[in-house]
Design a protein. Sequence first.
Length: 476
Amino acid sequence: MAKLTKLEDIVSLCKRRGFIFQSSEIYGGLASCYDYGPLGSELKRNVRNAWWKSTVQMRDDIVGLDCSIFMHPLVWKASGHADKFADIVTVCKKCNVRSRVDHLASAENKTADGLAGKVCPACGAVGQFTEPMPFRLMFETQMGANVDDSMTIFLRPETAQGIFVNFRNVLDTTRVKIPFGIAQIGKSFRNEVTTKAFIFRTREFEQAEIEFFCAPGTDEKWFEHWKEARFKWYTDLGIKKENLRLRPHEKDELAHYAKACVDVEYKFPFGSGDWQELEGIANRTDFDLRQHQRGMRTLNAWYEKKGDLSKIDLNSESEDYQKGPLSYFDEEAKQRFIPYVIEPSAGIDRSCLAFLVDAYDEDEVNGEKRGLLRFHPAIAPVKAAVFPLVKKDGMPEIARNIYDDIRKYFNCFYDEKSAVGRRYRRQDEAGTPFCITIDGQTKEDQTVTVRERDSMKQERINMSQVKQYLREKLDI
Ligand code: ATP
């Protein structure tokens, strides 16, 4: 049977099975905000953990960080967000809906430059747009309880800046040496002009970012390294290769400071042309650290503390500049420089959507439709379900014992309600890779049935082996 990949099917499964709900649903919902339910919060945590494991736990050259969402307003001045973090938008004169200029499609047979041939996605009017204007994407709020001394601060639009402003702290308190990276997962906020496609583009979302610091001249090598490593992360977790690609940015797409950028794209079942960004990998040169050196200069705080460096002219490109507080001294090469940065920047929610879409499948069992999520075990919300075949003859007691034993190691689920076939189907739909059933034979020979989700094959193993069996099969 053909695989259904329509977004509506995913949304409906997510709602029905408690993966993802609309935020504030009982009050009519809040647009573009979503809550992860019992299965969804497990999925999301598993995706986060898989990212952390591969980037921090399994690497010698990356350390973790967890920064505050609120930051000093000068951070956003230095990073460029306060002045430039805006989408160029236009408003349809017919229906008053605001759209991002770069998201407008051309009307058929109209190839005119500018907005003359573009279609309003809300009402379909062609070429009825106001002059394009910047629209600031950062959310503002007030910090401080008193009216007089409260100040306007921003909800961070990316986690990266927390890493840059802690670069010196990490250098001074750990033994990292360049090349090394700092990784962080956390919430970011953008007042997006157009939100779309369920959890694909929302105004509150979670990012997983690495800033990988390296010596100028080695940046291209590390850029290649990260392209491969990040592509592999998705395929290792089960995303089909044919649904994933690396798309290099065209010259005119590149940010002015970026030397190169490539998007990891997934073939989502929506949008124009299907391929959509999952993650961006950019060679940001030394732009960010330089900007913050300049920013620190504005504030002067660091320079007051470290008088000896106060005479450095941070506004020039002079050699002196390289001696600033965010520079790095390479002991071996006896060289001081401002590190270059390779930034793989991923979205946890977008990844969850890609994992859901990619795992979604349907097949037929005894003439009946079976819906299932073929999740990789590492991200499956529930790793194993334990069932007594019937609710009598001591089976529930044995089942509970096994359940209590393995739940210490894996997220498991115990179910004794309804026919066993239905219990299997419910677990298939939740993406649970293994179901363990205790039946009449268990008491006689201490064996249980293990049923595998994808193949539906069953085998009997000794009940004392269940933990070890799952460990090996799940490989987690
Ligand atoms: P887009 O062009 O789709 O708006 P972007 O290029 O601005 O995205 P980045 O700033 O590179 O995105 O952010 C890095 C990653 O963070 C994206 O690849 C995506 O996975 C995630 N992300 C960014 N904005 C959102 C959002 N509004 N909702 C969900 N995830 C997001």
